[in-house]
Ligand binder design. Structure first.
Ligand code: ADP
Length: 259
């Protein structure tokens, strides 16, 4: 009975700790949340059992992106049950831990504890937890990373020089926390005019790939600036769950992550 207990205990232990894949960015507004949602959906379409944690304390947006607004996680003992999104992803958000509109002056340790509540929830049988981190490279992020060490991190940047400089800082933050970088993703790269089809590069192109090469990191792919991505995301329909070039772009990044 003793050995069986130990085995059961080990299984429970193993289930409680799926691999964490963090998604970070040097600053806000570069598409970190959009990538987190769609990478999670694409990984799940590629056969992985995936959960999603929205740790963005400054602007949790996953409830909207995954059409789970108004849903509330239930608690069992001191653990949370994730919310089930209609897209087949279990989800827990920082937005679920605070009252809507409630302002919190987050400090590193507090945010670290809150992240623990989300990652150490009743996730059931999953392989991978995608964690949408807060943007930036401050204390809060560092504590989160040190306390709940991800197995790897994906960094999102736009092709702009400024965003790239910020992305370099994000790389350093992960390295400081001894989290291996899986690679860089360039978002909002290239724009196809929905009216005339002309291609332009409002934020330049290829910058993140060049930066990845300079830093000796894998480049995982690029997502174009595309009105349909914004519209579908706002409507709670992850583009990665559909068909067409948008879904393909996210699927390619998921394949690069798995590889
Ligand atoms: P972050 O999490 O980095 O703050 P978000 O993912 O919230 O950024 O994206 C900011 C805004 O840009 C959102 O309105 C989102 O829909 C939009 N967006 C993100 N990526 C793209 C893209 N590739 N094409 C069009 N709109 C995008």
């Amino acid at each position: 009975a003793g050995a069986a207990e130990v085995r059961v205990g080990m299984t429970a232990e193993k289930r409680a700790a799926p691999l964490i894949l963090a998604v970070g960015s040097g600053k806000g507004g570069v598409g970190k949340s959009t990538l987190s949602t769609n990478l999670a959906v694409a990984l799940s379409r590629a056969g992985k059992k995936v959960g999603l944690v929205d740790a963005d304390i400054y602007g949790p947006s996953q409830a909207r992106l995954l059409a789970t607004e108004g849903m509330r996680p239930t608690a069992e003992g001191n653990k949370l049950h994730p919310v089930q999104s209609p897209w087949g992803l279990p989800l827990l958000s920082m937005g679920h831990l605070v009252q809507p509109g409630q302002a919190i002056a987050w400090r590193g340790p507090m945010a670290g504890n809150a992240l623990g509540q989300l990652t150490d929830a009743i996730w059931g049988d999953i392989d991978l937890l995608v964690v949408d981190l807060p943007p930036g490279t401050g204390d809060v992020q560092l504590t989160m990373l040190q306390k709940h060490k991800p197995a790897g991190a994906v960094i999102v940047s736009t092709p702009q020089d400024l965003a790239l400089m910020d992305a370099t800082r994000a790389v350093q933050l992960f390295e400081q926390a001894h989290v291996p970088i899986v690679g860089l993703v360039e978002n909002m790269a290239g724009y196809v005019c929905p009216h005339c089809g002309e291609e332009s590069d409002p934020f330049g192109q290829g910058g993140a790939e060049a930066a990845a090469r300079t830093m000796n990191l894998p480049f995982l792919g690029r997502i174009p600036l595309d009105l349909a991505i914004r519209q579908d995301s706002d409507a709670g329909r992850p583009p990665a769950a559909g068909e067409g070039p948008q879904a393909d772009a996210f699927a390619r990044i998921a394949q690069a992550v798995i590889a």
